[in-house]
Design a protein around this ligand. Structure first.
Ligand code: SF4
Length: 362
């Protein structure tokens, strides 16, 4: 099959197989890919609108027993820098969030060896008691697997208890590259590929909206990137009809500054704008059952993110107050509410604030 035939298939929302995606990745011209991806984006998402959200990333704790080689954020439980966020700090941060019109906390953190399920359910219940309309986009498959193992429960039971306590949606954290070869090198104490996928499958069966991510540009091969996309698409095709499943997909490049992965192996981020655009376009074409593709302005900068809005992406993610993990590895972009709206307008779209379920807000 020729590149043109495969692109035609993709634009008509047909599923591509591994060989077809590989051919697009390696042989298609960037202009061909982006034209096709934009055509599909115009049909899959509102053609004139680019959405975004205000949320606040609060780290529950920086203590983590995973020690991923790409992470500068974690520390040991006896470190003098170790913290667990207090109730007073949550209240202060939520009030600040509400002042600028946000209503969602992105709650993430390390895999603390001593914090059990009760800690998280009590935290979520308390936050919902204090702020009943607050949305909690919290944890991710690594935390769910960590808690399931710690408590001797199935991941589905952990999810159920967290939802009962106030969890609204589950971020696609910790996906990195869904390949056990890669995970064995960069994050070997974290959940495996099948554990990650299984948590998401359980969440979809429980009608919990999730998101999907990919951190690329370290030790993975092109084939492993392609496989990552196909695993996500195939899992999404198994979700119950009434569930939204993966509501979005966000790829971002590895940030190497000061990471142990860089120090140990010499791997640098080696970031290329062309490649990011290629990945955004391919994501749109391959993930034909995930409606929203996000450009990660936080890691690639707003100018490149604007270009991506014409290459398959329809969402600019969040203004993300207080992001700590990728920022500590070299991503230093910041953006306020007004700048986010200006950025979208300059790219030729209407900015519309949304919630985590992708409902447009006034
Ligand atoms: S990326 Fe997450 S799981 Fe890995 S070391 Fe950092 S905090 Fe821990």
């Amino acid at each position: 099959m020729h590149v043109e035939d495969i692109l035609r298939k993709a634009v008509f929302c047909e599923s591509l197989n591994f060989q077809e995606v590989e051919l697009l990745y390696k042989d298609a011209q960037l202009s061909q890919l982006t034209l096709a991806a934009h055509e599909l984006r115009l049909r899959k998402a509102h053609p004139e609108i680019v959405s975004w959200i205000i949320d606040r990333n609060v780290n529950i704790t920086n203590v983590c027993c995973s020690a991923c080689l790409f992470c500068n954020f974690y520390t040991g439980k006896n470190s003098e820098n170790a913290f667990i966020t207090s109730e007073e700090e949550y209240i202060k941060k939520i009030r600040e969030l509400k002042k600028i019109g946000g209503n969602q906390l992105l709650l993430q953190g390390g895999l603390h060896p001593e914090l059990g399920l009760n800690y998280y359910t009590s935290l979520f219940s308390r936050l919902k008691q204090l702020f009943p309309r607050l949305k909690l986009h919290a944890l991710g498959p690594p935390e769910i697997i960590h808690l399931a193992k710690k408590e001797g429960l199935l991941p589905g039971s952990v999810l159920k208890k967290l939802v009962d306590a106030g969890l609204d949606s589950l971020p696609g954290a910790g996906a990195e590259i869904l390949s056990d070869r890669v995970r064995g090198i960069i994050s070997k104490a974290k959940c495996t590929t099948s554990e990650w996928l299984n948590v998401m499958h359980e969440a979809h069966k429980m009608n919990i909206t999730t998101s999907a991510t990919m951190m690329y540009g370290h030790v993975e091969t092109i084939d492993e990137r392609i496989n990552h996309l196909l695993l996500l698409r195939d899992l999404q095709s198994q979700k119950p009809k009434e569930s939204k499943g993966f509501i979005s997909f966000t790829p971002w490049p590895f940030q190497h500054k000061n990471t142990r992965l860089h120090k140990k192996t010499g791997i640098t981020a080696n970031f290329s704008a062309d490649e990011y655009i290629r990945i955004i376009a391919l994501s749109r074409l391959v993930l034909n059952n995930i409606d929203n593709i996000q450009a990660s302005w936080l890691t690639v900068g707003k100018e490149l993110a604007q270009v991506c809005l014409h290459c398959g992406a329809n969402d600019l993610s969040s203004i993300m107050i207080e992001e700590n993990v990728v920022s500590s590895a070299g991503a230093n972009y910041i953006m306020g509410v007004q700048e986010m709206e200006e950025t979208i307008k300059q790219a030729g779209f209407i900015p519309v604030k949304r919630d985590q379920q992708y409902n447009f807000l006034k």
